[in-house]
Structures are given as C-alpha cells and as structure tokens.
Write a protein that binds this ligand. Structure first.
Ligand SMILES: Cc1ncc(COP(=O)(O)O)c(C=O)c1O
Length: 490
C-alpha cells in the first residue's frame, strides 16, 4: 500500500502517520471554532510581544521539518493571538469583513480538492460560473453577464478598467500599446480609493491620464465638473474612455449619482465602471437599493465578498455586462493550453481568458458554501443590521456632549471626533483605544481634519458594542485632553 522507501512523497508515510495528522486536523478544527466562538471575550487587538516578534523575525529557514504538531503549536502561541483583529465584534477598522465558520469550512474543502480553476471541464469551473450567475442576479446584471472572482477589490477594479479601456480606446491597445492613438483619459472623483492610481500606473497610462473631479458636500462626484472635464479633454485632442464611479466611498460611504453617470456615459459613449468594493453589497437590500440606483446599468462592476459579504479573505468579484467585450480584452491562445473537443480540456480556459491569472484558487467554493448554507437573505439581513447600527452610532455621538460627527453617514461608515481636542489629540485617543483592546476603528482626514472612522461590515457587532465604544472614547478623550492640555494650549 505504501511506496518503496526510495520513492518519497510529501504525504504521511504510513497509516499511523495519516491517523496522527487526521487527529491533529480535528484538534485544529475544534480550536479554530473555539477561537471564533470566544472572540468576544478576547481583546480586539494586542501587540505581538517582543520575544515572540523576535522569534518571527529571526527563525531560520526550516531545512528539516519539525512536524505538523510542533508547527501548529507555534501557530497557536505566536500567530493566532496577534492578528489584526477583524474577527472580533468590535473591529471596525478600514473596511474589513470578519468571515464566517461556514466560510472556514469552504476554504478547507477548496484546499482539499485543490483545483487550479483556469477553466476547462472541471466542477470548480462550474461552481465559479454558478457563483458569478448568482452575483449577476443579486446586482441587477443580466444572466448572460461575464465575470471573474479575484483576490479583492483592487484586482477586480483593475480588470473592469482594463476591459473598459480596451473597449473604448478606438484602437487596439493590446497590440499597439498606448502609442496607437491619442491620450486616453479616465475620470473619477477625488474620493475614489487609491486602487485607481495604482491601476493607472500599472496600465501604463500614468496618473496624468486620470482626471480627478471634485465632490459636492455629500462627497459625491460633481456631475457638472465631470461633464466640463470631458468636453475640455475632447477639445484638447484627448480621448475620454471611462468614468469610474464609486458606490460607497472608503472615507464616508458616499455613493456617486450612478444614474446620472450612466446617462452621461451613454451620451458620451464612455465605459461606465462602478467601484462598489463594499457599497455594492447594499444593492442586495430592497431598503438600501435606492441609494445605488443606476448601478445595474454599469458596463463593469467590482465588489468584494470578503468585506460586506462576510466571507473569508480573499474574494473579490468583477462583473462585465457584455461577455464578448470582457473576453476580447484578455483572451489569448497558446498551443499548450488549447481546448479539446472532449476530455478535461474541453471548454477552454474560460477564466484565464477573462483576466491576467492562469492558475487561480478555488475561492468560489467558500462563496458557494456561505450562500448555500446561510442563504443570501441572512447575509442581506446582516448588511441591513450594520446600516442600522451605523445610524445608532450616529445617534449616540450626537447625544454625547464631548463627541461630534465629522461627516454624513449614508451607509455603514461613521466618522466622528472628540470635539474639544486637536487632530493630534484625536489621533492619540484612537491609538489608546486600539491599544486598550476594547475596539479598533481606524482613521481618515476629512476636509483637512483628522477623524475617527468606524466602518461597520461586521456581522458580530451588537448595539451594546457601540455604546461601549462611545463610553470608552469619551473616557480616553477626557484623559488625553487633561494630560496634554486643551487644543488652544497645545
Ligand atoms: C471603495 C474601495 N475600493 C477599493 C478597495 C480595495 O479593495 P481590496 O482591499 O479588496 O483590494 C477598497 C478597500 O477598502 C474600498 O473601500
């Protein structure tokens, strides 16, 4: 049953070793579920102690293995307790989701099956197609829309933008590069996430090809300014290709007027891309959908399931309305990858033809597991609950004598500050709060002023968590101001 000793494998070498590894696997399963179940009673975040950090930094390359049990002990003691904290009910930093136990199981099964998901006649391919079809339905896209699951919003947005550029350049960018025609211009508001600058750089267009448009007092792109910019660029001999709109800006959760942008793109023959990294998920809710009206008219839409879909990292998604246009931007032939009429190579490399990657992980399975086991209604209810909680937090801040709201909170992001404190003091308050292990919001700068920023994409949060947040910020704020003086004195 087991191979000749001379023929090595990385699998366990005997029945006994398989049994030992299986038992360890069961212990891991139990402990990771205990960890998740007991998360509320642990600090949100704690700094890795220096001795542990030193071990991490100086551990030599393991040329000989120490065995899975010993490696697991190192994980339990040195890694698990010192994560960023996003599985905790009071983690509201940046925009991070907190995953689900079902998602953990999906990851486990995906790794066990271990397909490469470039395409071909593979059940994993069909699962991804199914998930994409479900996503199209949830986002108001036609069933024949194309799509791709990606590592995250940054990558999904990059794909959408690349498809748009290829479709609207008016020359063959794939063959000729940017030398094939006039300067191509992309438009987005100044509240757009930094992925766009990186994408412009990576696509060889440079940030000079990005026209950054101002926002109104609701942090939404100014349509009049956008129109003027497009006209001015055309007059100057440049070629406008794409408007990037945002559904749920990273700073405040604002959503551009998507219907107006859809109209404009139609009129101007521009590609309409929507970055809905987290905000697009609000479309799942009948109650919230109105804020995103027009999103379903996008040529391409990027969003994450690892943020407000509460699925484990990493999983983002891009949908492209027209499947042929999507494929035209990426499909390439190679003799060693060619499709056969029958057998596992039948059907071609569907996914490799829709993006940059050839080998890809089976991230579709955790989405499939999450949606099949929990149902999208439960996920949608959690999204609605988060928006309710954001409203509740706004009401708590408004009632507090020492706190003030820093921006409108249309969705799930609440920005506020300690009213009697300087930017530096607010920063100190935030760091002390994070280090206390009570809660982890993050920060931003709004109109030049520092703000504590609470992004609620957390299905474990309860109202009482926001009460504790407000109470703790008030307390720390009092102490910080008492210790460092009122702003006038600092
Ligand atoms: C609006 C927006 N777009 C894009 C991104 C990037 O997504 P990811 O972190 O999944 O790459 C984020 C991340 O927070 C975001 O909030």
């Amino acid at each position: 049953m087991y191979p000749d000793e001379k023929e090595k494998t990385l699998d366990p070498g005997s029945q006994q070793e398989w049994d030992r590894l299986r038992a360890l696997g069961h212990r891991m399963m139990d402990q990771i579920f205990d960890h998740l179940q007991g998360r509320r009673d642990q600090p949100v975040w704690q700094r890795m102690p220096d001795p542990v950090r030193r071990t991490m930094e100086h551990d030599p390359l393991p040329r000989e293995g120490e065995g899975a049990a010993a490696a697991y002990e190192s994980f339990v003691n040195g890694i698990l307790p010192y994560g960023i904290g996003n599985t905790h009910p009071r983690f509201w930093g940046w925009v991070m989701g907190n995953g689900t136990p079902e998602g953990v199981l999906g990851e486990l099964l995906a790794a066990g099956m271990n397909p490469n998901v470039g395409g071909f006649d593979d059940s994993a391919t069909l699962v991804e197609e199914q998930v994409l079809r479900w996503m199209a339905e949830m986002m108001g896209f036609p069933p024949e829309a194309s799509g791709l699951l990606m590592s995250g919003g940054t990558m999904a947005n990059l794909i959408g933008l690349a498809v748009g550029r290829h479709a609207k350049a008016g020359f063959d960018v794939r063959a000729q590069g940017l030398q094939g025609g006039p300067v191509l211009r992309v438009y987005a508001s100044r509240e757009t996430h930094s992925w766009l600058k990186k994408a412009m750089e990576l696509m060889g267009m440079g940030r000079v090809a990005l026209c950054t448009v101002g926002v109104d007092r609701h942090y939404r792109i100014r349509i009049d300014e956008l129109q003027q910019a497009i006209a001015a660029d055309r007059a100057a001999g440049m070629r406008p290709v794409c408007v990037v709109a945002t559904a749920g800006t990273v700073n405040t959760g604002a959503t551009d007027d998507l219907a107006a942008i859809a109209d404009l793109c139609e009129k101007e023959d521009l590609w309409f891309h929507v970055d809905g990294a987290f905000g697009a998920l609000a479309y799942w809710s009948e109650e919230l959908r109105g804020q995103l009206k027009g999103m379903e008219r996008a040529d391409s839409l990027a969003f994450d399931l690892h943020k407000w879909g509460y699925m484990p990292y990493d999983i983002g998604c891009v949908l492209v309305r027209d499947a042929e246009t999507h494929k035209a931007a990426f499909a390439s032939g190679a003799s060693y990858l060619v499709a056969m009429e029958r057998g596992p190579a039948a059907g071609g490399l569907q996914f490799a033809d829709r993006g940059i990657e050839l080998s890809r992980s089976f991230r579709a399975l955790k989405a499939w597991m999450s949606m099949k086991s929990q149902g999208v209604n439960a996920i949608t209810a959690a999204i609605e609950q988060n928006v309710e909680q954001a409203r509740y937090l706004v009401s708590l801040v408004e009632k507090s004598p020492s706190l003030e709201i820093a921006a409108e909170a249309p969705l799930n992001i609440v920005c506020f500050r300690y009213a009697g404190a300087s930017d530096e003091q607010n920063k100190e308050i935030l760091m002390q709060l994070q280090e206390s292990g009570v809660a982890v919001p993050s920060s931003t700068v709004l109109d030049g002023r520092f703000a504590i920023r609470v992004a609620i994409s957390n299905h474990r949060s309860r109202r009482e968590d926001f009460e504790l947040l407000v109470k703790t910020v008030e307390q720390i704020g009092r102490d910080v101001v008492a210790a460092t003086g009122s702003p006038a004195q600092t």
